[in-house]
Structure formats: structure tokens, C-alpha cells
Design a protein around this ligand. Structure first.
Ligand SMILES: *[C@@H]1O[C@H](CO)[C@@H](O)[C@H](O)[C@H]1NC(C)=O
Ligand SMILES: *[C@@H]1O[C@H](CO)[C@@H](O)[C@H](O)[C@H]1NC(C)=O
Ligand SMILES: *[C@@H]1O[C@H](CO)[C@@H](O)[C@H](O)[C@H]1NC(C)=O
Length: 299
């Protein structure tokens, strides 16, 4: 009995709130979308992208795993007490041409690899003033990072561990196939793999620390909790409104803003450009753990 209770606890810890989600159910039925739009006006829900998506399909789109941090919390020293972030900030304006295009993980639980490789791609460009301007390969992480689980999910922190220790080649060298694949020993065109690495990786917890990290070096990867309603997001400042927990999801915060007294993050998702605001979304500070734990390294 004791063992059973212990096992049940572990399952709970890994899967979040214990609510029965039927895999074959629609993740966002039309009644839910209508209700979201009638009870609040912070954000808009739409059936356009989510359509007939089932809970099982949605789970693949949000399948990172949260776990204790791998890297030390960034110590900003006394600076952080005097730090006052600008009311709004957008990496796309600050560093033109360094925030790389929105990608699409498709039906593979690889968000952890996208958030990590995308943030490092942008940071490399920013750190080198556009001299090193490459989109790095999420596929290399999916196929080669044996501490993570390929299309079955992974940890943001372990992706950064891999990018620090081994590094990743470019997207054009190892293109995305939305499957586990086998770890390649050369580029698709037969040329030698060339690795780009992260250095001094840190954890950034809380809005001020994440803002300071973005101002200092560019986009930061974060893990947050996706609930059913998030799949139907089509604009505005997202605040969880309806629906059960689906899974943890990794994304890249690129900036923030303030509208009608609400502070929100500007975030790049990896569900293609037809989702949300051309692939991006706005989410209120503190929602769904979005700013509780960020991770990024210097390029
Ligand atoms: C990086 O490359 C992309 C694609 O070629 C280009 O659109 C962008 O302007 C470049 N960025 C910089 C900073 O040169
Ligand atoms: C960065 O690149 C831009 C565009 O190429 C150039 O105008 C600028 O002077 C560069 N800045 C530095 C610090 O090298
Ligand atoms: C956001 O803007 C409102 C006014 O539009 C202001 O009252 C509030 O303090 C701002 N929040 C922050 C943290 O800047």
C-alpha cells in the first residue's frame, strides 16, 4: 500500500494536476471557445487553428518536463534592487534581424529543443552584432541528446547542458524531420558538422531577472503550464480562463509590454506562423508559471 501511494505521488508530480483528460476528446470544443470569448476580454479564442485537434495531439505540442534546475540562479548582486526595466521592450526592434523566424515542431514533443536552440541562435547573432547569424538545429538535440527523450519530451535545462558541453550545428546542416531520427555524423549535404556552443548558462527566476537577462543578452527560454484554452489563443493578453492542464511547454520570451495596466510578455511559440499572433503570443506576467524559471546562456 505504501509503495502504491509512493508510486501514485510520483505520477502526480510528473503529470501535474490529476484531472482525467480523455485523449480522444476535442481539446477546444466550440462551446468552450464561445464561453472564453463571452466571459473575459483580455484575449481572443478562435477555432481557426485548433480546429478538431484532440487532447492527444495537444499533449504532443506541449510535452516538456519540469524538474529541479540544472544551472545556478543568476546573481545580479545589488544591481537588481535598483533595476527598473523599461515599460516595454522588443528584441526584434532592439536587434533587427537577430530574432530568427518562427519554426514549427509539428507532431513531435520537441518544444524543449526549439526553445533552447532558438534562444541560442538569437543570442549568438546579438552577441556578434549579426556576424554569426544562424538558425541552430533543434533536430540535432532531438536525435543526439540522450539525456532527453526526443519527440517524447525533454527538459529545457538538459538541452542547455547539451548545448554547453557538445554544441549544436545549424538547421540547414541538420534539418528538422519531426521524428527522433538517428544522430547524424555529418551534415545533410555531406559536409562536416560545425558546432555552436553556449557558455555560462544560468537560471533566471522572476520577472525582473528575466527582463535583465533579455536586456543583457537577448531571448530566454522558459517552461510554463499549458491548459486546454491556450491552444485556441488568437490574440490579446492570455490569462488562463478555461480547461484542464495539458502539459508543460517550452518557449522563447523575446520582450514585454504594458497595456491597460497589465504587464505582458512577448513570446515566440514553435507551432508555426498560423498559430496565435503570426506564431507569437502575449501572456500576462505570472500566468501559468511563465516567468518562474527561465534558462539561457551566453553565446
Ligand atoms: C540574418 O539572416 C537573415 C536571413 O538571411 C536576414 O534576414 C537577417 O537580416 C540577418 N540578420 C542580420 C543581423 O544580419
Ligand atoms: C553592428 O552592425 C551594424 C550593421 O552592420 C553597424 O552599423 C554597427 O556599427 C555595428 N556595431 C558595432 C558595435 O560593431
Ligand atoms: C503599466 O501601466 C500602467 C498604466 O498604463 C501603470 O499604472 C502600471 O504601473 C504599469 N506597470 C508597470 C509595472 O510598469
Amino acid at each position: 500500500m505504501k509503495y502504491f501511494a509512493f508510486a501514485a505521488l510520483i505520477v502526480l508530480a510528473l503529470s501535474g494536476p490529476a484531472i482525467e483528460l480523455k485523449d480522444s476528446d476535442l481539446v477546444c470544443p466550440q462551446e468552450m471557445i464561445d464561453e472564453i470569448n463571452s466571459i473575459q476580454d483580455s484575449w481572443t479564442a478562435s477555432s481557426e487553428w485548433v480546429g478538431q485537434m484532440t487532447v492527444a495531439e495537444a499533449k504532443l505540442k506541449a510535452s516538456s518536463i519540469s524538474r529541479p534546475r540544472e544551472f545556478p540562479e543568476k546573481d545580479w548582486g545589488a544591481l537588481i534592487n535598483y533595476f527598473s526595466a523599461p515599460a516595454s521592450f522588443d528584441s526584434r526592434q532592439q536587434w533587427p534581424g537577430c530574432v530568427h523566424p518562427i519554426l514549427n515542431q509539428e507532431q513531435c514533443g520537441s518544444c524543449w529543443a526549439f526553445g533552447a536552440s532558438e534562444a541560442l541562435s538569437d543570442r549568438l547573432c546579438i552577441a556578434t552584432n549579426g556576424t554569426v547569424n544562424v538558425t541552430l538545429s533543434p533536430q540535432y538535440l532531438v536525435s543526439c541528446d540522450s539525456q532527453n527523450y526526443g519527440c517524447n519530451g525533454g527538459y529545457a535545462d538538459l538541452a542547455w547542458r547539451f548545448m554547453k558541453d557538445t554544441g549544436v550545428p545549424t538547421y540547414s546542416c541538420v534539418p528538422y524531420i519531426a521524428a527522433d531520427g538517428t544522430c547524424p555524423t555529418k551534415c545533410a549535404d555531406g559536409s562536416a558538422l560545425q558546432f555552436y556552443k553556449a557558455t555560462s548558462v544560468n537560471t533566471y527566476s522572476g520577472p525582473s531577472s528575466i527582463q535583465a537577462a533579455i536586456l543583457a543578452g537577448g531571448p530566454v527560454e522558459v517552461t510554463f503550464q499549458v491548459y486546454k484554452d491556450f491552444m485556441s489563443y488568437s490574440g490579446g493578453i492570455y490569462k488562463h480562463t478555461k480547461g484542464e492542464f495539458v502539459g508543460n511547454h517550452c518557449v522563447k520570451i523575446i520582450g514585454w509590454g504594458n497595456q491597460s495596466g497589465t504587464n505582458y510578455w512577448i513570446v515566440a511559440n514553435s507551432w508555426g506562423t498560423s498559430w496565435g499572433l503570426q506564431g507569437f503570443f502575449w501572456i500576462a506576467f505570472g500566468q501559468c508559471g511563465i516567468d518562474s524559471q527561465g534558462v539561457a546562456g551566453s553565446a
